[in-house]
Design a protein around this ligand. Structure first.
Ligand code: NI
Length: 183
């Protein structure tokens, strides 16, 4: 187990499509899960991390939904009251949207540090995955939770949020955008 280096925006490895995890209970998968956990826990206020961000192009990620916005960045993204979800591993996750309804919101990423960009995401999704214990998960998510899952699954497709901006003008330094926001 180890805290791994986070690959940063510009690294072509982040643009690769990840492969399915074939054996959930293999030692290799256990090692990936442990590294994802240790690295995610070391990131402070972050809420998600996908395996490609630590250099592993496999379809596995970790996320959490905090009880209330963790900091000003997340309060800019959402002020909703959310059911708290502790750190959770998703293996081979997929999602589908309930409707075409989309929402614009600011996103950040550990691979794009210090930058926020505005991205449009489905407001409501259903996602499925296998958890680290081999259980099948099916979950309905909306708003912040739905945005987070879409952002993390994008990493498995080799997509970073700057590739999905609502406009090339809607990206900038986090400190500047938060400084100009009333949120
Ligand atoms: Ni990210």
């Amino acid at each position: 187990m180890a805290i791994r280096e986070i690959l940063k925006w510009g690294n072509p490895q982040l643009l690769r499509k990840s492969e399915d995890i074939d054996d959930i209970f293999s030692q290799e998968t256990k090692d990936i899960i442990n590294d994802l956990k240790e690295t995610a826990f070391s990131l402070g206020e972050r809420v998600g991390l996908a395996a490609p961000q630590i250099g592993i192009t496999k379809r596995i990620l970790i996320f959490r939904v905090p009880l209330s916005p963790l900091n000003k960045r997340y309060s800019l993204i959402t002020n909703e009251k959310m059911p708290e979800i502790p750190w959770t591993i998703l293996i081979n996750p997929t999602y589908s949207s309930h409707s075409h309804e989309k929402q614009k919101g600011w996103e950040g990423c550990a691979s794009v540090p210090g930058i926020l960009g505005e991205v449009e995401r489905y407001k409501r999704i259903t996602y499925t995955a296998t958890d680290e214990y081999g259980h099948f998960i099916s979950y309905e998510a909306s708003d912040f939770h739905a945005r987070l899952i879409q952002h993390e699954i994008d990493h498995l497709e080799g997509i970073l949020f700057p590739m999905r901006l609502t406009s090339p003008s809607r990206i900038g330094f986090e400190a500047v955008i938060l400084g100009h926001s009333s949120a």
